[in-house]
Design a protein around this ligand. Structure first.
Ligand code: UDP
Ligand code: MG
Length: 334
């Protein structure tokens, strides 16, 4: 346990809340009001960091309006849509709190839960992550896919990852600083967050239905996220390939012998050939995934680029170069 004197006492601590926003114009008003109400009851020193992830609706203007109304609301405007995980990464790079909360901007994560996270942090936990009790308004097939994914991922990963936990979490300032230094461009934050270690605890929360707008995760981006979760954390899938390949080779040999002994071996042979070429393709695919990722990582591109900052200008120097390049002075409007 952390001793009491190193923990900020009373309401004397700074909290940052990072919210990635991609076309969330319709949610911005309620989100901001609910967040402000909760945070004002919690501490005098807080900031809300909205990350505009290349929205094509009125989200950037909305963030700007809120920033003018209340400078504790700040903005990181990315140069294009980089995706949910990159947007969170961007927010974390600018966060300065003693602790930082990461949450979605569609009100599926309830701002009103934040005090419970903070309570556990005060008790000495460094990572408090939400565990979903139920998913309101989520299609059954998605729910099933999520459940299956978390369980497979737990098997594959070389360290046990908590089940059913998403990105909604509170991170101690130290954890945020470490995460910012991680060089990898594949940022599966729930995994990285677990990898960090220290004292972690799950907190059961209900997840509401999205308040307004459409989910931004397409089927494709969900698959991509799942692959990140499976592949970035272990080389086990490669090992499984070896074992499966070896097993099939033996089975193939046995099948061939059986086919020779049988009077009409052609059907058996054809089936065997089919299976084997399937296995080879899967094997190549998994290998390709690792090779492709190494290639992408070698290129050393940053995770995101910032177009404009609102209320965070003086922190642009603190962002590590592997996350984003420093922005040259902004072009003046004509
Ligand atoms: N989001 C983002 N960039 C993207 C996709 C999503 O910043 O490319 C944000 C989105 O605005 C929301 C959060 O990430 O605040 C979660 O997205 P969504 O609600 O679509 O995900 P789901 O709830 O379906 O997992
Ligand atoms: Mg959502």
């Amino acid at each position: 346990m952390v001793s009491a004197e190193v923990l900020p006492s009373g309401s004397d601590f700074r909290i940052s809340v990072v919210v990635p926003l991609y076309n969330e114009e319709a949610n911005l008003e309620t989100l901001s009001q609910r967040l402000l109400a909760v945070l004002e009851g919690l501490t005098e020193d807080f900031e809300i960091i909205y990350v505009n992830d290349g929205s094509s609706d009125g989200t950037p203007e909305g963030i700007q309006r809120w920033h003018r109304r209340d400078p504790r609301i700040k903005g990181v405007m990315l140069s294009r849509n980089f995706g949910h995980q990159a947007a969170i990464t961007a927010g974390l790079a600018f966060a300065s709190g003693d602790c930082t909360v990461v949450m979605d901007g569609d009100l599926q994560d309830r701002p009103e839960e934040i005090p419970r996270f903070v309570e556990l942090w005060r008790q000495g936990y460094d990572v408090v992550y939400a565990v979903r009790r139920r998913r309101a308004g989520v299609a059954w097939w998605k729910r099933l896919a999520y459940a299956a994914f978390y369980r497979v991922q737990r098997r594959v990963a070389d360290l046990p990852m908590p089940l059913d936990s998403g990105d909604f979490a509170l991170l101690d300032g130290r954890v945020v600083q470490w995460l910012n230094q991680f060089p990898e461009p594949d940022r599966f934050l729930r995994g990285l967050r677990t990898w960090v270690g220290l004292r972690q605890v799950g907190l059961e929360v209900d997840r509401d239905a999205r308040a307004a707008g459409e989910p931004k995760y397409s089927f494709r981006s969900l698959v991509r996220l799942a692959l990140d979760g499976l592949i970035s954390f272990s080389l086990k899938p490669l090992r499984w390939l070896l074992i499966a390949g070896g097993g099939l080779m033996l089975a193939g040999a046995a099948g061939a012998l059986a086919a020779l002994a049988a009077a009409s071996p052609w059907a058996a042979l054809a089936a065997l050939a089919c299976t084997l070429s399937g296995v080879q393709l899967v094997a190549l695919g998994v290998l390709g995934e690792y090779v492709g990722r190494s290639y992408m990582n070698l290129k050393g591109r940053p995770v995101f680029l910032v177009d404009r900052l609102l209320g965070l200008e003086e922190r642009s120097q603190q962002v590590p170069r592997h996350l984003a390049f420093p922005s040259p002075p902004q072009r003046r409007a004509a």
